[in-house]
Every structure is written in C-alpha cells, then in structure tokens.
Design a protein around this ligand. Sequence first.
Ligand SMILES: C[S@@+](CC[C@H](N)C(=O)[O-])C[C@H]1O[C@@H](n2cnc3c(N)ncnc32)[C@H](O)[C@@H]1O
Length: 271
Amino acid sequence: MNDAKSIDQSTKWDANLYLKFADHRTRPALDLMSRLDPANAARPGHAIYDLGCGAGNISRVLADRFAGAPIVGIDSSEDMLAKARAQTTDPRITFAKGDLAAFKPDRPPGILYSNAAYQWLDGHIDMFPGLMRLLPSGGQLAIQMPRNHEAPSHAQMKTAAEAGPWRDKLAKVRPIARVQEPADYYDVLKPLSAELEVWETIYQQPLTGKDPVAQYTSSTGLRPYLELLQEPERSAFYETYAGLTAKAYPTRADGITIFPFRRLFIVARRA
Ligand SMILES: C[S@@+](CC[C@H](N)C(=O)[O-])C[C@H]1O[C@@H](n2cnc3c(N)ncnc32)[C@H](O)[C@@H]1O
C-alpha cells in the first residue's frame, strides 16, 4: 500500500467532532452512491475503493449495498482509521493508510468512490484522469466534493483570521484546495469516459444548537486555523468566527439554523 508519511495535516482529524454532523454528511454520500452500477461491484477479483474513507461510515454502507464486493477504505489519518477499524467486524471491509495523492491500488478496482476528501488535495483535478486509467472499461469513478468556498461560512474564516491579534499566525493557513467549476471536471474526464455526469446540489441543512455553523465547519474547513492557535487565543478566534456566522445564518423562529451547502458530484464510466 502507498505511504502517507508526507501528510501531517490530516493525521489530526477529529473523528468524533466530524461524526457529530454525520446525518447531513451522509446524505450526499448516498446520493453519489445511488449512481453506482451494481455490475461493477460484482466484477470478479475487483474491489470497491473508498478513497478518503474517514471513520469508515460510508465504507460500511457500500458493503451493505453491494453484497459480496470487497471494500477497501484508504485514509491518511490514524485517528480516522482506528475509528473505522473499531466499527466493523465484516471481513469484506479492510482499511489501509495511504495518501490519495499517490494512490496505487493493491487489487484492481471496479469502482473508485470518494466522498468529501479530494477537496483537501491541491491539484486534485489533475489526479482524476489517472484514477480513470486504473479502471477497467465500464468501471466507475464517483467523487463528491463540497464547493461552498464562496459561501459566508468559508469566506468568514478568512475575515475572522484577519480580525484579531492572531492575524500573523493565521496568515500561513493553507485553506482547502479550491474546487473548480463543474465544467472543468467535465473537460478533463470526458476524453476517458463512456458516460459522464457532473452536477451540483445545494443542501438546505437544518442545524440545531449553539454556533451550529461554526461547530459544523470546525471539524473540516476551520480545522487548519484552529490547529495553529493555543488557548486562550484559539477560543477567541473561534468566538469571532462563530459571531460572524451567527449573523450570516440566523436562527429561525423554531430554533433551526438553515445552513445551505453546495456540493459537486462527478460520476464517470470508463470508456
Ligand atoms: C471530510 S472526511 C470524509 C470521510 C468519509 N469519506 C466520509 O464521507 O465520511 C475527509 C477525509 O479525507 C482524508 N484525507 C484528507 N487528505 C487525504 C490524503 N491526502 N490522503 C488520504 N486521505 C486524506 C482525511 O483524513 C479525512 O478522513
């Protein structure tokens, strides 16, 4: 299996915080999965890879949905992989540490599936043709990435980062790699595809509780900022960001905060 020594930021994933919003994060994963062809899961000797599998929640759903297929989850975070291994005894599901930037499958893939992971990799669009070439004719590449970077939830991370004495420390944060326009992905994958679907969905996520948007992003996009600060600055920065998001995403009369979230989906079938 490939080596993930070069990765440091994703070793710090907080599996528990990420899973707090599991319902909202599972729905796009299922929407993506609904476009997979069971015939690809049934190819003898081929596996379904769950790239950036995190705590393995979706790997387990893949195993339920595609009976008989071996499922291989790949992730660079020990915390996520430990959680993933602890949550299943199904021998069909295995997990391995690996860097998606250097992904090489140990066994042939019939399906390469990835939910909410490639947005962490700079230049991910250039990796997608290589993933397609790993597939047999008819095999599928299925990728979902958040594309919410222009929404206040993400723009305000930068605003908050520049709004306090932490400014210099946070100037070096490398935000999530920009997810490009849908048509850009269409253009790179079309020459290798027999069928290609690219679409976006904006989920109107109803959240509850205090600082729900800040809580939601603190296990993902906000994480690189929080990691650079110590207390009490860390909390002060978080409160600044939470205050900004509270204004942008007001709580409704019934206590619900609606957090619209745009996601990009790609499903390509290898020519
Ligand atoms: C937002 S989580 C998604 C987890 C899972 N796919 C899900 O939908 O529940 C993103 C995952 O990508 C992993 N990741 C980020 N960069 C990676 C890389 N270069 N190689 C492997 N995994 C990576 C992180 O460790 C994290 O578990």
